[in-house]
Every structure is written in C-alpha cells, then in structure tokens.
Design a protein around this ligand. Structure first.
Ligand SMILES: [Zn+2]
Length: 274
C-alpha cells in the first residue's frame, strides 16, 4: 500500500505536469470507486475544471480544482495514477480516465478496487468523516517529541498498532512503521504508554528519518507502487527489516523474525530491538 513517501512522490511527479491543466472530460467505468457521487454527477461536476494544485494529507491526494472544488483520491492497496498521452495503450484495470485539454490523460488503475474518489466543495472535504479525524503530519513542524509523547500517553495498544493508526499519526503504513521501530531499537510489541522519554525521542527521530529517506528515494516499490509517470522508487534497496524474514540482521547477524501485530505482518530483529 502506498504510504506517505509514495503518495508524496506521486504528488511531486504529477504536479508540474498537471498544474494549470483543464479537465475536459471524464470516463468512469467502475462507478463504485466514486464515494459520494454517481457517474453522471461526477462527470458534470468535474468537467472544465482546472487543476490549481495537488496536496497530500496522510495517504490522501487532494486535487484542488477551480471553482473551489477538491477531488480526494485514496489509492488504498493497488490504486495507481498515471499521467500519459491519450494515444498510449491503456493498461488492464483502467477504471477512471480524466482527459485533459491538450491530449494528455490522467488514468486510474486499481486491480483490487479498494481505492476511492471523493469530489466535493473545498469546504465539504474537511467535513468528510475520514479526513476530519486524521492525525498529525509526521513531517510537519508540529510533530515534536512532546507531541508524540502526548499521543502515546495512556495508550494500551502496541507501539506498532499506534504507528499504523491514522488518527494518531497520518501517513505511516506497514513498511515505514517496521523500519522506524528497527532504527529506534524498539520491539514492535511494546505497549505504547510504557515507553520511556528517551525511547520516544529515538522513535520520533527514526520516524522522521525513514519518511524523509523514503521521499528522497521516491518511495518503496516492493509490490505495485509506481509514481505518476510509471517509475519505480528505490527505497526498497534500503530496507533493513521489512520483508527480510529469516535473513541476517544487517547490524548483528541474527535472523530477522516475522510476527503478526495489529493484523499485519511485522518484521523485527529480536536482538537489536528491545
Ligand atoms: Zn539485529
């Protein structure tokens, strides 16, 4: 699933290509991807709108459109957005196409079909239930050690499950949670409220570091993820724990362990993480 660095990379790759472009037509072939509108309403509302900007919030992409409308897209498991010429053959599972004024297209493919689109007035976007409860942006200046400590205080859940909880911190998924916990030297099954202040401090810097590295390396392409031009990221070559079950820890040589936490495969080093 695309996490913060992947969604940020998609945003960065699409923005210079699509900013200022007009959407002249839409083709929605799989209506269930539209969360709040019928195909007909969506087509009518998005037509002739200009893309003013693209923002990211957590794992959401927000296309700011003219006339004070915003298109919110969540890619979930396998959603992909691709900017391409209209003449390029369409890949399978192309479910929505936005046709732009000068012959280019923004195509949405999604093999698992868990992604969703939401189009509404700017003022109504923040009122949608899912957006309203998003937690702090971990790469914002507001995300401090004290802020993280406050969010973990009194929480009985494991630190892994709290990192994945989008209401606590927005944008972290399975890959970057495992990598941050390894870097911080913390076992993923530690109870959040029992972390000491110096451990929280280490976790904070580890979260910021792995996410920044992920963005710098244009995301992690271990499964479906590609950017807005179909290019792979390269953070998969930097992974220290994720997907390395049974392989030697790069720090101490111990075999990496995989367990299930918060319903997700969780990777850690039983020697380096306490
Ligand atoms: Zn180790």
């Amino acid at each position: 699933m695309p996490e913060l660095p992947e969604v940020e990379t998609i945003r960065n790759s699409l923005l210079p290509l699509i900013q200022g472009q007009e959407i002249v037509e839409s083709e929605v072939r799989l209506e269930k991807l539209l969360q709040n509108l019928s195909r007909r309403e969506f087509s009518r509302l998005i037509r002739n709108r200009v893309v003013r900007d693209i923002e990211r919030r957590g794992k959401y992409l927000l296309f700011r459109l003219s006339g004070e409308y915003t298109l919110v897209i969540h890619l979930r498991m396998t959603g992909q957005l691709r900017y391409t010429d209209s003449g390029t053959p369409e890949p399978r599972h192309t479910h929505i196409v936005l046709k732009l004024l000068h012959g280019a297209e923004l195509r949405y493919t999604d093999t698992r079909q868990f992604g969703y689109w939401f189009l509404a007035k700017d003022t109504e976007i923040t009122l949608t239930a899912r957006m309203a409860h998003l937690g702090i942006e971990p790469l914002s200046v507001e995300f401090t050690v004290s802020e993280l400590a406050a969010r973990l205080a009194g929480k009985r859940g494991t630190i892994k499950s709290l990192l994945l909880n989008q209401r606590v911190i927005a944008g972290i998924g399975n890959i970057y949670a495992d990598e941050a916990l390894f870097l911080a030297g913390l076992r993923p099954d530690r109870v959040a409220k029992e972390l000491a202040r110096d451990e929280i401090s280490k976790l904070h810097s580890s979260i910021v570091y792995v996410l920044r590295q992920g963005v710098a390396m244009r995301g992690t392409s271990v499964s479906d993820y590609l950017d807005g031009l179909g290019q792979q990221g390269s953070f998969q070559h930097q992974l220290k724990v994720y997907g390395r079950t049974g392989q030697a820890c790069l720090t101490c040589g111990t075999a990496m362990v995989r367990t299930d936490l918060a319903g997700r495969g969780t990777h850690f080093c039983p020697h380096c993480q306490h």
